[in-house]
Write a protein that binds this ligand. Structure first.
Ligand code: ATP
Ligand code: MG
Length: 553
């Protein structure tokens, strides 16, 4: 393609800097890059998984156990590795949890595919086999999953707890799980067919440092983390008419630079009076609308603050845009961007109370449509990791409430799937059979790593698990806390089925994408041998991929 012999002369169509890797080399290159990514997150899997500390080039630190966050924070400049990160991101978008699992399984699929390639099995046979296996696995997941009563609060709380174990949320997981379940309930409505629909848009997650995690709270309505603009303003308002304003209460400035020259003091006074009048008019307009409280996204002039205080109106300036948008749901108000054309209809109605200790306002609506989950923690890092863990759990609970299908965790589902896929493989002819078997083996990575990370013998565990499943115990998994193989569903390790389906599908698709490549044509240098040290990154690259992942930012 790029080089063709023409009258004995090679014809060069690619630039000198470009690089090309073909066939076996291309596969090796891609597979090892993808596997290196998977290796990087493996040790974080499960309740006993460890955390990673990521330091970026500015020296700011992220400590996390969350697969997708680790991969996003790592400064990866390898094209194949980036494809694997997409797996984690898709998993995060679609399911919210299970990102580490999806990436680790992708790595294992590629590792097993490598063995098949060595046996001279053509990539297309492996790709087809993987695809068949993943389709079959989805069907089996649906078969294995238990339909639960979506009012079963106890069980739903268990899904939240399972999702949070091993994260920063661990210590207070009972308390947090209860808050999460309550929060999701508040934003769940039934549609015409009686199905639960969860709208997480009405749920606002706020964080605050300086207090214990156990003091996290669920508040009806929203919060505004600001002070009143003027000391003489009321700090609370009951049954208040609330104006949400996206316009400054300041003197309007002209678009072009203007210069005003005054020749006598009268003129100056007139000019100032006019400015004053403009502000007065704006405040009068707010008074006419009947507003008791103004949350303003922009600035409020000192003089206007004074007028507002005199009128007994509580005003807050420079409120966050996202807060105003959320408040508009809570108190059923419009966000006004032109004060003059605003009408009383645009105002919302609710109670505003002040928390002096935390220096914030609580805003509750009449029939509050919207809740705020206020997460507290001692330091910024604690709160950040808490937020990630709670976010995962919120998605998990939302899925469980709307979908109703759950699975036993601790590797139970993966081992059962592996066993069923091996049976299925018998019905598959040709070389695809070997790929289906390889797929089954790959899924068993999950219990193996769970055991490994918990300091247990992974082979023993897998042998016990297989034996239990052969005896028909579909929900036998590894409970890492007791170290025993037992019915994990009964032990309260429960996961939503949707997340598992998504993980299996995206792992298979990502592996297939990598396997289909037999030619890498790069405009620049592919080897990326510069490594992390040269880039001033953290010492010690990720290894295993030619320095491509050297240096984590
Ligand atoms: N008590 C437990 N015993 C055994 N396994 C557990 C237990 N609690 C959770 N697990 C398992 O831990 C795995 C989830 O681990 P983890 O949350 O670290 O990774 P993930 O969900 O794949 O990715 P991430 O949460 O980073 O997006 C699941 O397989 C789950 O079944
Ligand atoms: Mg998880």
């Amino acid at each position: 393609m790029s080089q063709r012999m023409q009258q004995g002369q090679p014809m060069i169509v690619m630039s000198e800097d470009s690089q090309r890797v073909k066939d076996k080399d291309a596969q090796d290159y891609n597979i090892s890059a993808a596997r290196a990514v998977a290796e990087a997150v493996r040790s974080t899997l499960g309740p006993k998984g460890m955390d990673k500390m990521l330091v970026d080039s500015m020296g700011s630190v992220t400590i996390t156990n969350d697969g997708v966050t680790i991969l996003q924070e790592m400064d990866i400049d390898n094209p194949t590795a980036e494809m694997i990160i997409e797996v984690a991101e898709t998993q995060e978008d679609e399911a919210g949890d299970g990102t580490t699992t999806a990436v680790a399984v992708t790595g294992e699929l590629l590792k097993n595919a490598e063995d098949l390639l060595e046996q001279d099995i053509h990539p297309t046979a492996i790709i087809k086999g993987f695809h068949m296996a993943s389709e079959q696995a989805r069907e089996e997941i649906d078969d294995i999953a238990s339909e639960i009563d979506t009012d079963d609060e106890e069980l739903i709380r268990k899904t939240a707890e399972t999702s949070m174990t091993g994260k920063g949320t661990e210590v207070n997981k009972e308390h947090l799980a209860q808050l999460i379940v309550d929060a999701v309930r508040q934003v769940t409505v039934e549609d015409a067919e009686g199905n639960n629909v969860v709208d997480l848009e009405f749920l606002n997650l706020e964080t605050q440092t300086g207090r214990a995690v156990g003091e996290s709270d669920l508040l009806e309505g929203g919060i505004v983390d600001k002070d009143p603009v003027h000391d003489n303003m009321p700090t609370e308002a009951e049954d208040a008419d609330i104006l949400l304003l996206n316009e400054a209460i300041e003197v309007e400035e002209t678009d072009v630079d203007t210069e005003v020259s005054v020749t006598d003091p009268d003129q100056l006074q007139k000019f100032l009076d006019r400015e004053e009048k403009q502000l007065r008019d704006k405040v009068d307009h707010i008074v006419d609308l009947g507003a008791d409280v103004v949350f303003c996204q922009k600035g409020i002039d000192d003089l206007a603050q004074h007028y507002l205080a005199k009128e007994g109106i509580l005003a807050v300036r420079r409120a966050k845009k996202s807060d105003l948008e959320f408040l508009s749901e809570v108190v059923d108000a419009a966000v006004v961007s032109d004060l003059e054309s605003a009408t009383a209809e645009d105002l919302g109605f609710g109670d505003v109370t002040r928390d002096d200790e935390d220096e914030l306002f609580y805003v509750e609506g009449e029939d509050a449509h919207g809740v705020t989950l206020l997460l507290r923690g001692s330091t910024e890092h604690v709160v950040d990791e808490l937020e990630r863990g709670v976010n995962d759990a919120l998605d998990v609970v939302a899925q469980t409430v709307s979908d109703g299908r759950v699975l036993a965790g601790g590797g139970a589902t993966e081992v059962e799937l592996a066993s069923r896929l091996r049976d299925y493989a018998d019905s598959v002819s040709g070389r695809e059979q070997l790929a289906v078997e390889a797929f089954a083996d790959s899924l068993e990575l999950v219990p193996r790593v769970l055991a490994e990370n918990a300091g247990l013998d992974s082979i023993d565990t897998l042998v016990d698990l297989r034996a239990a499943h052969d005896d028909g115990d579909v929900q036998a998994g590894l409970n890492v806390f007791s170290g025993d193989v037992e019915n994990t569903f009964d032990a309260g390790v429960v996961e939503p089925a949707h997340a598992k389906e998504q993980a299996v599908t995206s792992a298979a698709e990502a592996a297939n994408l990598v396997l289909k490549i037999d030619d890498i044509i790069s405009a620049g240098d592919l080897s990326t041998d510069k490594g992390g040290d040269e880039e001033g990154g953290a010492p010690g690259g990720m290894g295993g991929m030619g320095g491509g992942m050297g240096g984590m930012m």
